[in-house]
Design a protein around this ligand. Structure first.
Ligand code: NAD
Ligand code: ZN
Length: 247
């Protein structure tokens, strides 16, 4: 399908209350694997399915195995030898906010790359690998502390277990973050949704709060919600955003 960049450019130029809602596909061009693409985590072979290993009950009952997986698959791209950097999509969204057109980024990602690009209003629906707390005394720790720890990371103050501030399967989303996201979407004149398969609920349900007529969906693969979009684009979001003229 031919991508009409001019059409996207015109929609953005004519909007001043844009909200972006994204997922793992926003960060694949930064080198972070998503879950559901063909080379995503869900297509790799592990002892347990990734949904199981990233669930609250697995965290409680198999903490050592949880952290093996978490450090290798989720922290490596942040704390490893070659940390991921924001790509053209993250940078363009930060620029749109800076010039006053974009009001919020709502993300299902936990990698902190929107903030690294300069975005200020970021609602992280699923938390962040960059925040970690001792389950006993509440002391906070950087991701590198967990990455370097042998086995289950322990608090250096009280010896308690440290838990990443990421929302695991079976855990609820933060109410304030969800409310802020709903408010932003329901007031937006343009909603751009990108890099998400729109299958993880309740996050995927946010699309239904949009009331405007400029719903743009940018995703590499087709999604179940393509038909509700006013303009649906299949392509790489970083490549697409790098062609826009912003500011
Ligand atoms: P998903 O893996 O279910 O879907 C990603 C979608 O992005 C796919 O449909 C794919 O076609 C598309 N995609 C991949 N690369 C793209 C690109 N360059 N441009 C445009 N589209 C692209 O991801 P999801 O919908 O975000 O849900 C998965 C859950 O996993 C989320 O809850 C998220 O918290 C978590 N997750 C986060 C990260 C991260 O922080 N970077 C990475 C993996 C998973
Ligand atoms: Zn502690």
């Amino acid at each position: 399908m031919e991508i009409d960049i001019n059409k996207l450019q015109e929609l953005i130029d004519g909007s001043d209350n844009i909200v972006f809602f994204g997922g793992a596909g926003v960060s694949t061009e930064s080198g972070i694997k998503d879950f559901r693409s063909v080379d995503g985590l869900y297509h790799m072979k592990f002892k347990y399915p990734p949904e199981t290993m990233l669930s609250h009950s697995f965290y409680v009952t198999h903490k050592e195995e949880f952290f093996d997986f978490y450090k290798d698959k989720l922290l490596e791209c942040t704390c490893g030898a070659d940390p991921a950097k924001p790509n053209a999509a993250h940078l363009a969204l930060a620029k749109l906010e800076e010039i006053g057109k974009l009001k919020a980024v709502i993300t299902q990602n936990i990698d902190g790359l929107h903030q690294a690009a300069g975005s200020k209003t970021v609602y992280e629906l699923h938390g962040s690998v960059l925040r970690n707390y001792c389950e006993s005394c509440g002391k906070s720790f950087e991701a590198s502390y967990l990455y370097k720890a042998d086995g289950v990371p322990k608090c250096d103050k009280c010896g308690g277990d440290i838990k990443p501030d990421v929302v695991l399967y079976e855990e609820g989303l933060d109410n304030t973050t969800m409310t802020n996201a709903i408010m932003a979407i329901s007031q937006a004149d343009m909603l751009i949704i990108g890099g998400t398969s729109l299958v993880v609920y309740p996050a995927a349900g946010l699309i239904d709060y949009y009331r405007g007529k400029k719903l743009v969906l940018i995703n590499y693969d087709a999604t179940a919600r393509d038909s509700v979009a006013d303009y649906s684009i299949h392509g790489k979001i970083g490549e697409i955003f790098s062609q826009l003229k912003i500011g």
